[in-house]
Ligand binder design. Sequence first.
Ligand code: B12
Ligand code: SF4
Length: 463
Amino acid sequence: MSLRTTFIYPGIAGYGFNSLGQGMEAGWISHGLAQLSACAKSHGFQVNLIDLRALSSWDDLAAEIKRRQPDLVGVTMMSVDYNPAMKSIEVVKETDPRIITVVGGPHPTLVTEEVVENQKIDYIVTHEGEITFVELLHAIQDGNPLSQRVLKGQRPDLDSLPFVDRDLFLQEWRRHGYTLDSPEVPFVEELPPPFLTLIAGRGCRYNCNFCQPAERILFGRKVRRRKPENVMAELKELRERYRFASFMFHDDTLTEDGEWVTDFCQRYKEEFGQPFFCQSRADIIVRHEEMVKLMAEAGCRGYFIGFESGNDRVLRFLRKGTTRQVNLAAARICRKYGVKIWANYMLGIPTESKEEVKDTISMLKEIDPGYYSPAFYTPHPGSDLYEYCLENNLCLITSHDQYRRNPTETKIRGQDYDFLRWALEESQRRKQLNQLRRTIARYWRRYASPRKAARKLARIFAG
Ligand code: B12
Ligand code: SF4
């Protein structure tokens, strides 16, 4: 009999139990777990999943553990997941102390010393888990459990990995009544269901201080990306299996390698027409307008862009490598090629003055993005700016549950959150002219586009 593993996805710090399907945070898979599952299954191990977002209570978790009787439970965790992850481990050990518990993911990698303290955790796998987790399973199955508790994951060759096991999530969600005919929950009108997310590579060579060195620690200094043909092979399999109508690349900066993007887009255009979104950066967009054009022609309908601030001093402080002018120029290029903008930006950055926040507001009014994604700056463990906040006694976070960027809680000492709440609203208020333009475009799409008119005429003639 092969070893039975149950993974736990603990992402309920924001929405709580019974939140499955409510937006991207509660409706997307964990690629980390789905990848580990594919690797373990390819070695003959049995794997299933408990997704806390689909459960109602901790008693539910205990009942699921009793029902499944796993030999080993694996839990993934970002810093924000710390409390539900630790509680899950407790419930597992209370239900059956013989079950071996393993944790991995960004938080155990970045703040290992905190996770090690929990003696109910048997193994901590840091960094990338594919090779080391499978080795651990073999060792336990063969009756030679490893003596070391903290295991440093080795970096896998991404092209040699099996494609991620999306059914790990989908089958479990369906058991709990997930009815969407979509592997993951769609989030913008440009990306219709069936929708899914995809990862082509790992790592980032940029150095933003609110993020790094976390990415370098997790994935190494060098960005690794699967070959375009490998990504195409996965897309073909996904078309067969899910008939996907759109997708999103999760890669931190997919567009940093122009050669890769060009190769991929040429292949994609020949075989597929489904729209997709991906992440990019304003400076890359400005430097490589021809790439934006090529991507738009291949089906790219939107970029997630971290504009962060409209003030040059703040952008320098953040080590963002962009300026206000670059941000505005990037927006103009996106508009020119019909690529929608998902605008990430932060308010209440350490050292930021009210005047500087107003620069961000005025920048957003000029950018007029398709989608606003505002955050109250939140210090994340593993980043230089987090350390800066600790050194300068700026951090107001008292529980791991608050390591989320949602603009609802106070995060940084000295910032005026009444003002920031005003800024939050004002930054999303469009200029009257832009609002009018959008309203006309919406009505045109709804009632007067040539396609709709043709459909109406066809209906009249048919009836
Ligand atoms: C896609 C993504 C999301 C998606 C989907 C998240 C999900 N369900 O996994 C969305 C948009 C929902 C999201 C949300 C958030 N995210 Co996010 N996200 C990412 C991103 C870009 C990719 C994640 C990914 O799939 N990576 C690829 C996989 C293969 O890597 P992995 O998950 O780390 O797994 C590997 C290892 O860690 C390890 N491993 C992982 N789990 C386990 C478990 C076991 C048992 C073992 C042995 C090993 C192991 O093995 C895996 C394979 O090598 C990363 C950055 C990045 N490049 O990773 C940020 C990142 C993970 N996110 C981050 C943050 C901060 C957030 C938010 C808190 C932001 C917010 N809104 O406030 C939320 C929290 C969501 C929640 N739980 O409520 C931070 C986490 C930092 C930290 N200190 O924890 C990251 C690292 C970005 C960054 N550099 O700041 N995110
Ligand atoms: S914020 Fe984005 S671009 Fe900057 S270092 Fe992190 S992943 Fe790279």
